[in-house]
Design a protein around this ligand. Structure first.
Ligand SMILES: CC(C)(COP(=O)(O)OP(=O)(O)OC[C@H]1O[C@@H](n2cnc3c(N)ncnc32)[C@H](O)[C@@H]1OP(=O)(O)O)[C@@H](O)C(=O)NCCC(=O)NCCS
Length: 173
């Protein structure tokens, strides 16, 4: 396997994304067509893991968000304003050729560490994600994320409190 670089912000002039194939065409298309645009407009930041030829192997897009209290579970809402401040992990995808090597987990760990930093500087109560499907929901839960409504098997919105991140990162290491 080729050597991989540490997570870095997407550089559209450097990183090659044409061949990126996560098995989810919507996520591949977003990386190719919209990641740069979102960065220029300051609406989403995309972080990538690339190989030494600058081919993208995995990416995550993140943005600040506000969660409506009325749609959130009690431990997210307790003592928090409306909307409550959170970091949205909007998209995460790993190229199929690099699946199951811990790369998705490593990139998530990087985003969680970012949430801890943001929390110190500007307050961020949680990281939230919307799983792309039921399999992905299971994947997020394996990392410690909680579904907004655990009793609803179709629920795809999940969260991890920033106060839980340090313990989660310890388990992932
Ligand atoms: C889900 C995804 C990000 C996982 O990335 P990865 O680098 O392959 O995952 P890791 O190697 O870090 O983790 C591997 C573990 O996750 C499990 N796993 C991998 N893909 C999974 C999936 N789609 N659903 C459930 N579990 C999955 C593996 O069985 C393995 O478990 P184990 O450690 O108990 O053996 C990647 O498969 C992907 O990009 N899928 C398509 C897009 C997607 O579903 N994105 C999720 C965001 S909504």
């Amino acid at each position: 396997m080729t050597e991989l670089r540490r997570p870095t912000p997407l550089d559209p002039a450097l990183h090659k994304r044409d061949q990126f194939d996560s098995g989810e065409p919507i996520l591949d298309e977003w990386l190719r067509r919209y990641a740069g645009q979102n960065r220029r407009r300051d609406t989403a930041a995309t972080w990538v893991i690339a190989d030494t030829d600058d081919l993208i192997v995995a990416y995550a897009s993140v943005a600040m968000t506000g969660i409506d209290r009325s749609a959130a579970p009690p431990d997210l809402v307790k003592g928090a304003p409306n909307p409550l401040p959170a970091l949205l992990l909007g998209r995460l995808a790993v190229d199929k050729r690099y699946a199951n090597l811990g790369i998705g987990t490593a990139l998530t760990a990087h985003v969680l560490a970012t949430a801890v930093e943001l929390n110190e500087k500007a307050a961020c109560r949680a990281v939230v994600v919307t799983a792309i499907n039921q399999n992905a929901r299971t994947w997020w839960q394996r990392l410690g994320f909680h579904p907004f409504y655990p009793d609803d098997p179709a629920e795809l919105d999940l969260y991890l409190l920033t106060s839980e991140i340090e313990a989660t990162l310890r388990k992932l290491r």
